[in-house]
Design a protein around this ligand. Structure first.
Ligand SMILES: Cc1cc2nc3c(=O)[nH]c(=O)nc-3n(C[C@H](O)[C@H](O)[C@H](O)COP(=O)(O)O)c2cc1C
Length: 183
């Protein structure tokens, strides 16, 4: 059974990306994966600074890197800020990248982004993908760029647009297909 992690690059109450994370998590469970949902609010990390690192690696950075290294699938839903990736996700990846556990090479990564704009944060998600590729990660060909956020999900948290629902299903299929967990 493939082991999947899901996390969100926004810890805002009412985050649209958190709605997407929850939806994809449910789809991964339906697909047969064993899923752990991570709340980055539970893994508070200082803004990355090599001086802090020299004083000792924060326990949250080690714990997250270990979870990535043990996962076959990592799904990240994360907003775009000023056409870049969210500061929370950049900071989290910076800290995780300082471990040497194969944490970016073992899992396959699926990325999603929900934004208030109609272009669905596709620029920010591209930056995040480039960064992960540079770290040696495999990222699914299908990216979920969803917008405008306000109209994107129904009251159950499912995508309103059929085309988006199909894209989610496609990405989940790719995650299972490319994962090394062997469902
Ligand atoms: C500082 C800041 C910068 C933003 N930049 C962008 C942007 O470049 N592109 C975009 O589509 N939305 C942008 N937004 C709007 C976010 O897409 C929107 O706030 C989104 O709901 C945040 O995700 P969340 O609901 O998961 O917290 C920005 C929002 C903030 C606060």
């Amino acid at each position: 059974m493939a082991r999947a992690l899901t996390l969100c690059g926004s810890i805002r109450k009412g985050s649209y990306n958190e709605i997407l994370r929850r939806h994809v998590s449910g789809k991964l469970v339906e697909a047969g994966a064993e899923v752990e949902d991570i709340d980055l609010g539970d893994y508070a990390l200082p803004i990355f600074n090599e001086d802090i690192e020299a004083e000792g690696m924060p326990a949250a950075a080690v714990a997250l890197a270990e979870k990535f290294a043990a996962a076959d699938i990592v799904f990240i839903a994360s907003p775009e800020y000023n056409s870049g990736a969210s500061p929370l996700i950049v900071n989290t990846i910076s800290w995780i990248s300082r471990q040497r556990l194969g944490q970016f090479r073992k899992p396959v990564f699926g990325l999603g982004a929900v934004s208030s704009g109609k272009y669905g944060a596709i620029v920010g998600i591209g930056h995040l993908r480039d960064s992960l590729l540079k770290l040696g990660a495999l990222v699914t060909p299908t990216l979920l760029g969803i917008g405008p956020a306000r109209d994107a999900f129904d009251e159950t948290g499912a995508p309103r647009e059929e085309a988006i629902a199909k894209k989610v299903d496609q990405q989940v299929r790719e995650l299972i297909h490319f994962s090394r967990g062997g469902i």
